[in-house]
Ligand binder design. Structure first.
Ligand code: SF4
Length: 77
């Protein structure tokens, strides 16, 4: 079975999670449990805290399974 990477967005950022390269260390869930969870799927709740805090935690992911980018705000019309 192929496991696809998952993508989550709030107003400001989009976070991607690739289960194939996650080391399952639980670091993200341990250090920022308002957002990341090992027990709930989908397990990234971007409404759990501010985007800055989420970005800081993503940068600490040892495997690079978590990535983020800032959403582009395109003018409509
Ligand atoms: S910190 Fe990164 S490697 Fe560790 S469980 Fe979270 S996503 Fe996986």
């Amino acid at each position: 079975m192929e496991v696809e990477s998952k993508q989550f967005s709030n107003q400001e950022i989009t976070v991607t999670y690739d289960p194939c390269i996650c080391k399952l260390s639980g670091k993200c869930a341990r250090e920022l449990s308002d957002v990341f969870s090992n027990n709930v799927i989908p397990w990234i709740n971007l409404d759990g805290t501010k985007s800055d805090k989420i970005i800081n935690q993503i940068k600490k992911c040892p495997s690079g399974a978590l990535k983020f980018y800032k959403n582009e705000h395109r003018a409509v019309g």
